[in-house]
Design a protein around this ligand. Sequence first.
Ligand SMILES: NC(=O)C1=CN([C@@H]2O[C@H](COP(=O)(O)OP(=O)(O)OC[C@H]3O[C@@H](n4cnc5c(N)ncnc54)[C@H](O)[C@@H]3O)[C@@H](O)[C@H]2O)C=CC1
Ligand SMILES: O=C(O)CCC(=O)C(=O)O
Length: 389
Amino acid sequence: MFKVLTFNNISARGLDRLPRERFEVSSEIQQPDAVLLRSAKLHDWAVPETLKAVGRAGAGVNNIPVEAMSERGIPVFNAPGANANAVKELVLAAMFLAARNICPAWAFAQTLEGDDAAMNKQAEAEKKRFTGFELPGRTLGVVGLGAIGVNVANAAKALGMNVIGYDPQITVRSAWNLEAGVRRAHSVDEVMAAADVVTLHVPETDDTRGMINGSRLAAAREGLVLLNFARAGIVDDNAVVAALDAGRMRSYVCDFPSAALKGHDAVVALPHIGASTNEAQENCAIMAADEVRDFLETGNIMNSVNFPELVLPRNGSGDRLTVANANVPNMLGQISSAVAEAGLNIADMYNKSRGDLAYSVVDIDGKLPGDVVERLRQTEGVLAVRVIE
Ligand SMILES: NC(=O)C1=CN([C@@H]2O[C@H](COP(=O)(O)OP(=O)(O)OC[C@H]3O[C@@H](n4cnc5c(N)ncnc54)[C@H](O)[C@@H]3O)[C@@H](O)[C@H]2O)C=CC1
Ligand SMILES: O=C(O)CCC(=O)C(=O)O
């Protein structure tokens, strides 16, 4: 029986992928084999010795200590693209909100008083304060052309916008999915200088934290609309408020409320609802649950952010041994020697590395003795060993 600890509200459609005769699933489990979570922060969580996998029912993994998990040989899975449409739709809504001053106009309309005629008179007298702009011919700058950025870029092209994008590590898949005519920028600065609206779709990392700061805002076009549905830490809120107050920026629409932004007329800060649709929550939960289940049951790895992708159909007549280790010479030799010294035959094996980590799946004709497994566990460089019967 595998034990899966849930943090946050994980869609039941996802949890249903874990058959209860083989998986105990609860938010109360003490010694979990795996966790499933959304935005819960794991950085201060005391990682139990039993933990074998982390499944993020979403895209961003900045709430998870990925490096510390790697050091323990624990793969972290996420759900790439599963909530991209939900975020794209909210980003488009944000762009329309900003272009047409919908929030301040609506707030003004709430203050109208008197009978219908009086309200109408005030509305007509004041509506010029809310004159907006149309999107065709305007330039959208997209920083980060992954699952969400590509969707947003393509939708903006369909709305008649010019689109300029920056992503130094764009994948072949994203490049194929991008509409023709999206102009390639070579830096964030180039995007800032060219765009009327800039939207951010990068993960929060050491490289992207504080990416949009005072000097980048100073170099932006006059009247910039900035959209941030990526992560709070990517934008310096105080710099945004200063640029808005100086009249250099038109508005900031984001998914991350903060004390600095609260109450500002030109800011709309939503409560991190980019992925909050039933569809996205189901897609993410299903994907993360399937990945965690597959790993626990077979050792196969799909969509991990720290481990190599490795899928080996089951072969042989005995145990499956999986080993996560430091990516250094002679680890594979030591694994196969341990199996050979136990007098067992390897039916099939697959080894892949990613950065400092390597992962092997070894199908064996027979049952691995406990002392062999223990010896492998103690081998220098070995991070995690499992035997799947
Ligand atoms: N508001 C919300 O509820 C949600 C927020 N997000 C956030 O959006 C981020 C992006 O999500 P996806 O598009 O699904 O991820 P993704 O992994 O498909 O795309 C991220 C892209 O950013 C690029 N990138 C990384 N560093 C960069 C840099 N310094 N400059 C330019 N590009 C850079 C990568 O090459 C990649 O193509 C997530 O990491 C997460 O933080 C994601 C989903 C929901
Ligand atoms: O689960 C959520 O609502 C957060 C989604 C998110 O931020 C992500 O997928 O990176």
